[in-house]
Design a protein around this ligand. Structure first.
Ligand code: ADP
Ligand code: ZN
Ligand code: ZN
Length: 732
């Protein structure tokens, strides 16, 4: 008896056996390849599973096996290398394989719809149409015209009919009358070509030379180049070489905000078919992009995190831009890191991968220093611009208005008056992070989270930035009914209001996730700013991500102190990355820029490091501290998390897990917890965690396997959910 072994998108981490669909022959059965989609009954639903193999016999008695409903793909849509990647990812991240596999397919294929290749739509007459008298349609001239064209030319492309102003509606009518029929012609992949690149400066030339002369096959390159050093130019020239070799290039970028600018540069340089993946795509657009990447007609594929799982016909190069960026890590469900998956994918595809950043993660620097990655450095800005000067501004005992010192205000004014732009960074959106009663001390808190509500004055609402809860701004204290309510602390909305009053002759643009709603908001703003007129840009992290603002001459960080004290072991790394990236927005054109960091702690060692050493030096020092603490990338971390509506049962579950696994863990593994998560209650769920530190990847994997195996067998209270996070980003 032959059975189909399938991966099904569902929590159990195991395969499921099914009988072949009714009427399928042994020969057909043995012709099936892994990766084909199979429609099956599953519980009371019908789902799409993915074929892992055809096996003789099952551990399940034949009478309890159900039959599959249909084989959806006679030949799989994805190649064995992409399947291998999914097998690896399911294994490494301890995530159910069926869920991993479903990530690679667009929605309509996940839902079990038939695969439709992209093609050129053409039309021809049916026998009925051929037999029709030439004047039969004389009352509808467009229909008659279409029929005449087809009669004369035989097969006509849709586009050609459109040129003759014959609409799709006319063609549909004729088809519905049975007079014409649609045929699909395969598309011819057009060769791509690229425009002239910039002439490289000596540092860039060395990097390109090294990269191009590297032997074919898998190599991981780390490109560590200061902001504005011309990394993108390097990407473009490498892609040109890749296209020249007739291969596809896959480029990962961190966020959608980056897409318009990056895309423009690519479109200007290449005469090529570029498929773009980001969260703003509709299902149909996504499908077309996916299919173009798969059938090889897309030459360049650009996308955010999940694009790393795009099927590629003929990959020749993978680039991960801003490789340190936190958005490459998926924080729920299938918790993978797209940068790490990219390296694995390049290995399976036997092609080079390039990780680029001005502020590489300590993980990548560690790998480069250990010789696992080839390390390339760009220490100078490209072209004529120079690195900005950076200084701390001691604001102790100074009067602050909306967070801004008199000295900073004066500098902003000078900047604007000399026709330059100023960028002010404040990493907190809303008007104020706290609403407090001045009479009794009451503070507005979220009912579902252990968190304070943020005041949004323009909307007249209090909002929770953790669960999205929102309510009207109270006029009175909910505790003592006093009217004496204070909005305490600082957010971008408040500073914006103040800046507008203070600098009424100049525009002030606020850039945060509240103000940048809608898919063109960022693009329009970037275009406005790049006209170069003097203005103030005030924003959160969103402003720092890879944007190129040539007119920005002054960059100031309003609340540097907020970054100095972090409980997370990556706090100092993140601070150095963020400040370096913010500072890097200054002086990208011909004038040297300046950077001001407002602080109450001018002597803080992290701030001193920021002022006196490069990111590269700071990173190496931080890495030596990780050697001492054994934290990643030196050791490895695994976190098991629970969330549950009940306050106690998460910790009980994790304690049970700890008790049952402690004896079986490999040497060197330490368990910390169970402990409440840093924000214990979020969106009404109580969260707790068990943290494992391990000396290396092998022990981390062994420990994770054991934990998952035991967790799957432990009885859990209703409503309790557990998850495992390998290489977690946020620990405390
Ligand atoms: P990065 O990606 O490292 O931030 P970019 O590639 O965006 O840097 O380059 C920064 C600026 O320098 C861009 O305006 C780019 O056109 C310019 N540039 C890059 N390489 C060169 C070069 N070789 N000659 C002149 N200008 C260059
Ligand atoms: Zn009160
Ligand atoms: Zn909340």
């Amino acid at each position: 008896m032959s059975v189909l072994r399938l991966a099904i998108p569902s929590p159990p981490r195991r395969a499921f056996d099914y009988l072949p669909p009714v009427g399928m022959s042994e020969a057909q059965l043995h012709g099936l390849q892994p990766g084909s989609r199979v429609r099956v009954p599953f519980g009371r639903r019908e789902v799409t599973g993915y074929l892992l193999g055809v096996k003789s016999g099952s551990n399940v008695p034949q009478t309890s096996l159900k039959a599959a409903l249909a084989i959806l793909d006679p030949t799989p849509l994805v190649n064995p290398r992409l399947l291998q990647l999914c097998y690896w990812a399911a294994d490494y991240y301890h995530h159910p394989l069926g869920e991993v596999l479903s990530v690679i397919f667009p929605k309509r294929l996940r839902e079990g719809k038939a695969h439709q290749p992209l093609g050129i739509t053409q039309w021809q007459l049916t026998t009925h149409g051929l037999g029709l008298a030439p004047d039969a349609l004389s009352r509808s001239p467009r229909q008659a015209q279409a029929l005449a064209m087809l009669r004369k030319q035989g097969v006509v492309a849709n586009a050609q009919l459109k040129d003759q102003r014959i609409s799709q509606a006319v063609l549909r009518t004729l088809r519905n009358k049975g007079l014409i029929e649609e045929i699909m012609a395969p598309r011819q992949a057009q060769p791509a070509s690229s425009g002239q690149g910039l002439s490289l400066n000596p540092e860039q030339a060395v990097v390109i030379h090294e990269l191009l002369k590297a032997p074919a096959g898998f190599i991981c390159h780390l490109l560590e180049g200061v902001t504005g050093s011309g990394k993108t130019e390097i990407y473009l020239q490498l892609i040109a070489d890749c296209l020249h070799r007739g291969k596809q290039a896959l480029v990962l970028i961190p966020e959608i905000g980056l897409t318009p600018q990056t895309l423009n540069r690519f479109e200007q340089r290449f005469c090529a078919n570029i498929a773009v993946f980001h969260s703003g795509l509709g299902d149909a657009q996504r499908y077309r992009a996916w299919e173009a990447a798969r059938d090889g007609s897309a030459h360049i594929i650009i996308g955010t995190r999940s694009a790393i799982f795009t099927p590629l016909r003929n990959p020749g190069l993978i680039i991960v831009d801003e490789e340190h960026d936190g958005s490459y890590k998926q924080q729920d469900g299938f918790r993978y890191n797209a940068r790490d998956v990219a390296v694995k994918r390049a290995q399976l595809e036997a092609c080079p991968v390039l990780l680029g950043s001005a502020t590489p993660s300590l993980e990548s620097i560690h790998n480069a220093l250990a010789g696992r990655y080839r390390h390339h450095q760009l220490t100078q800005r490209a072209g004529s611009s120079r690195m900005p000067t950076i200084k701390a501004l001691d604001v102790r005992r100074q009067a602050l208005q909306a967070g801004l010192s008199a000295e900073l205000l004066a500098t902003v004014k000078d900047t604007l008056e000399s026709g330059q732009q100023a960028l002010l960074f404040l990493n907190r959106r809303g008007y104020a992070p706290t609403l407090q009663c001045h009479d009794c001390g009451w503070i507005a808190e979220c009912e579902a989270c252990d968190a304070r509500l943020t005041v949004h004055r323009r909307l007249r609402r209090l909002r929770c930035h953790h669960c999205g809860a929102s309510r009207g701004l109270p006029r009175q204290c909910l505790h003592c009914h006093s009217n004496n309510l204070l909005a305490a602390g600082l957010g971008t909305e408040q500073t914006e209001e103040f800046l507008r009053e203070q600098f009424s002759q100049w525009p002030v643009f606020r850039v945060d996730s509240d103000s940048m709603q809608g898919k063109n908001a960022m693009r329009d703003l970037v275009a406005e700013i790049n006209k170069g007129e003097p203005c103030i840009l005030l924003g959160t992290q969103m402003l720092t991500k890879g944007h190129h603002f040539p007119g920005v001459n002054l960059v100031a960080v309003i609340d540097t102190d907020a970054m100095l004290f972090s409980a997370d072991f990556r706090g100092e790394e993140r601070m150095a990355q963020l400040l370096t990236q913010v500072a890097g927005r200054a002086g990208r054109a011909d004038l040297p820029g300046s950077v001001i960091l407002q602080t109450h702690y001018p002597d803080h060692p992290l701030l001193q490091a920021m002022l006196n050493s490069s990111y590269a030096q700071q990173a190496r020092e931080q890495l030596s501290r990780r050697q001492v603490t054994g934290m990643p990338p030196v050791g490895q971390l695994v976190i098991l998390r629970t969330d549950c509506p009940d306050a106690q049962c998460g910790e009980l579950f994790l304690q049970g897990l700890r008790d049952q696994t402690a004896a079986g863990l490999p040497a060197g593994v330490t368990m910390i917890g169970p402990l409440p998560s840093p924000m214990q209650r979020r969106a009404g769920k109580f969260r707790s965690q068990l943290l494992l530190t391990t000396p290396n990847r092998r022990t981390a994997q062994a420990a994770a396997s054991l934990l998952v195996a035991v967790a799957e067998t432990l009885p859990a209270r209703r409503g309790l959910k557990w998850s495992i996070d390998i290489d977690p980003q946020d620990v405390y």
